[in-house]
Design a protein around this ligand. Structure first.
Ligand SMILES: Nc1ncnc2c1ncn2[C@@H]1O[C@H](COP(=O)(O)OP(=O)(O)OP(=O)(O)O)[C@@H](O)[C@H]1O
Ligand SMILES: [Mg+2]
Length: 466
């Protein structure tokens, strides 16, 4: 795979040599022969590998390595040196700090070292996640889905996560936009740095600007101390702008400037700071429509919409409903310490018909409620909340009014269900002793016994029972 490599070598001719060797196999290589400028570039980020060749005596290899590591630059470092002291020092450093090749090295050795680094830099967590994905093919980074639209989303995340491209995630409320953003960050080379989220609806425009860009002390009443903005704090990481459609026109302009220059100026400040962040934005509104009516800047829209990712509403991915329902039921049953018995086919059919305006979030909340109320028993149609139970499939005839006989039957079903649970639980508490159980619940033994018989439950007495 192509890697973005910064070559630092005091000799421009040797730097060019590295560049030719590595570009020939598809890497994107940049060279720098001035150590101070090279450190600035390395710290600004954006590279997968920093190749440290021979450097001038004023700023030696180990000093550059130290500064790069102190700035927590998320790149692998490959040192190519003929200096035995450098080799020894690198060997003494903590494992994984840098790789070492003895100079002169062949083009083959160089390429092999880069390949090794690429393999190793894939963190154990990713490997584990991939192994788990293989076992649970419909679970991608905790996101469940097997319909073609979700599989496309998972594959797009896999492809774009390692890049720095800005992503615009769209989808109705509760479709999993935030989960997507977290997966992108987790699978990116920025995973070792922060993922910071900012809800663009939550704050008034001036406060939002101070939140995003920071402010200097005294820049407005209430600015009692200088504050770093999220752009600065998220340096090297990912910044998530949630509900981006709600930005005011003025803030949109300021955001566009930052995205174009990659520099941020605190409110009330005169100097700008370079920032290295990956921006991911999300919205449940149509930015295209907002652009048409002049409510959102077209230029900012194009800056954000570099990689568009659209999440389907749950009603359009009905094949995922049984999968999500079963997973949520298992999760909440485990939390409650009960064994989930699943949904009856009638109940499942109704989940399929319901239009799910709140999408996966709504499904999850309903399953949680059902698990709390009826966990341990099979979830039947009459257990479902009214809005779900009464939902009708498109084109289905209006329901026949509930007849008296039908009402009596439903009532009986519900009462039977409760009575059965009442009996089983009483017997369980009293070690299956009928006399004790009847006494404990305040019933005549004969009545208790008759009820047991009616439900076809255990009716024979133990030898010590009368
Ligand atoms: N594919 C999925 N698999 C499992 N859980 C999901 C999935 N999609 C969403 N969820 C769950 O649904 C809930 C809502 O997800 P999330 O917060 O990512 O939605 P959102 O699109 O950001 O919603 P909003 O627009 O309201 O902010 C979360 O509890 C999340 O765990
Ligand atoms: Mg959200």
């Amino acid at each position: 795979m192509s890697q973005k490599i910064l070559v630092i070598d005091g000799d421009p001719a040797r730097g060019l040599g590295y560049r030719q060797t590595l570009s020939a196999v598809g890497h994107d290589v940049r060279t720098c022969d001035d150590p101070a400028a090279a450190i600035r570039e390395a710290v600004a980020g954006g590279f997968d590998v920093i190749l440290l060749g021979q450097t001038s005596s004023q700023c030696n290899t180990l000093e550059i390595l130290r500064q790069v590591k102190a700035a927590r630059v998320p790149a692998n470092v490959l040192i190519v040196s003929g200096d035995a002291a450098v080799e020894a020092a690198v060997a003494l450093m903590k494992e994984g700090t840098a790789d070492y090749l003895r100079d002169p090295c062949s083009a083959e050795e160089l390429r092999a070292a880069l390949q090794r680094m690429e393999k190793r830099s894939q963190p154990a967590a990713d490997r584990r996640a991939m192994e788990e994905d293989a076992w649970r093919p419909h679970d991608f980074q905790g996101m469940l889905g097997k319909c073609p639209a979700m599989r496309d989303v998972f594959s797009l995340i896999r492809r774009i996560a390692p890049s720095d491209s800005t992503v615009l995630v769209t989808g109705e409320s509760g479709t999993g936009k935030e989960m997507v953003v977290r997966a992108i960050h987790r699978l990116s080379r920025r995973r070792g740095f922060s993922l910071l989220a900012c809800d663009c609806t939550a704050l008034a425009p001036t406060l939002l600007e101070s939140e995003l860009f920071g402010h200097v002390k005294g820049s407005f009443s209430g600015a009692i101390a200088t504050k770093q903005g999220l752009f600065e704090i998220a340096h090297h990481g990912t910044l998530f702008l949630d509900e981006v459609a709600n930005l005011s026109q003025e803030t949109q302009g300021k955001l566009l400037r930052v995205l174009e220059t990659r520099r941020v100026r605190k409110v009330g400040d005169t100097v700008e700071h370079e920032v290295d962040i990956r921006l991911v934005a999300a919205t449940n509104r149509s930015l295209v429509e907002m652009v048409k009516v002049g409510a959102f800047r077209a230029d900012l829209y194009y800056r954000l919409n570099v990689v568009p990712m659209s999440l389907p509403p749950l009603r359009e991915r009905a094949e995922d409903i049984p999968l999500l329902t079963a997973a949520f039921l298992e999760h909440f049953s485990r939390e409650l310490g009960v064994t989930g018995q699943g949904f009856s086919p009638e109940a499942l059919r109704q989940l399929d018909i319901y239009p799910w305006p709140g999408n996966v979030r709504e499904l999850r909340n309903i399953v949680e409620r059902l698990a709390v109320l009826y966990g341990g028993s099979r979830i039947e149609l009459h257990h479902l909340p009214a809005e779900l139970r009464t939902a009708r499939a498109a084109g289905a005839p209006a329901p026949v009014p509930l007849a008296w006989e039908e009402l009596k039957r439903l009532k009986r079903e519900i009462v039977d269900d409760l009575e059965r649970r009442f009996l089983v639980e009483a017997l369980d508490r009293c070690g299956q002793n009928i006399t004790q159980a009847a006494e404990e619940v305040g019933m005549q033994r004969t009545n208790f016994h008759a009820l047991l018989r009616r439900h076809g439950l255990k009716t024979e007495s133990k030898p010590n029972e009368r």
